[in-house]
Design a protein around this ligand. Structure first.
Ligand code: ADP
Length: 221
């Protein structure tokens, strides 16, 4: 599902990623762990096509059998919209829109009709236990509810892979536990692949595999 070879990232003289190789299978839940500054977010952003690796002739990033480093910006936007879902530490929902509208946005960008998008969004929000919150705006929802809306938004286009960066970093322990269990439920139901940067030990221990990073390399996988 995800194959990366020789991924490097430099900011000036700072080598943030040093020849990282990894291979993640379809349906796997992989946690990326390690101390702050190890390069976890940078790696996640490169795998998620939000950031480009530093040019190097042997570098490869393949997602779903597609060589994403050769895409134009326009092709990348379309690819992300179709195949990738993102969940961030802070939900980044749009405050002036309801939960339902926030979830529909990626579907609209993918040219789905309003009727089709709303049907799918309602279905997801119901699955996530939010049917009674669909017409509320983010500031009327709890942290856990906001994050579940963000999960629904990440899932609306039925992506092959979800990238999450500290998804439970801003949640109380009960909501975090529920969110973690949800990831596994989603994988079992929809077969999605999850790559999750986390400091949460319980989540990392639940994952199928832990990739431990330090100083820009994977020291344990
Ligand atoms: P982690 O997620 O493991 O905490 P990051 O990938 O966020 O690590 O950052 C790794 C290193 O790269 C840090 O030293 C950080 O300061 C540096 N870094 C990240 N992004 C940039 C940037 N845009 N410009 C310069 N340095 C950066």
């Amino acid at each position: 599902m995800i194959i990366a070879n020789n991924v490097c990232k430099n900011y000036g003289n700072l080598e943030v990623l040093k020849n990282v190789d990894l291979n993640i299978k379809k349906g796997e839940i992989v946690a990326i762990v390690g101390p702050s500054g190890a390069g976890k977010t940078t790696l996640l952003q490169i795998l998620g096509t939000l950031e480009k690796p530093t040019k190097n002739k042997d570098t490869k990033v393949n997602i779903n059998n597609q060589d994403v480093l050769n895409f134009s910006d326009k092709e990348l936007s379309k690819f992300r919209n179709q195949y990738i879902g993102f969940i961030f530490q802070f939900h980044q929902l749009l405050p002036e829109f309801t939960a339902l509208e926030n979830v529909c946005i990626p579907a609209f960008i993918g040219n789905k009709s309003k009727k089709e998008a709303e049907k799918e969004a309602k279905h997801l929000l119901e699955f996530l236990g939010l049917s009674h919150r669909m017409n509320h705006k983010p500031n009327e929802l709890s942290g856990g509810e906001q994050q579940r809306v963000a999960v629904a938004r990440a899932l609306i286009n039925n992506p092959s892979v979800i990238f999450a960066d500290e998804p439970s970093g801003n949640l109380d322990s009960e909501s975090a536990k529920n969110l973690h269990e949800l990831f596994f439920k989603l994988r079992d139901k929809f077969g999605q692949t999850f790559v999750i940067v986390t400091h949460n030990r319980a989540l990392a221990d639940m994952a199928d595999r832990k990739l431990e990073m330090k100083d820009g390399i994977i020291i344990n996988s």
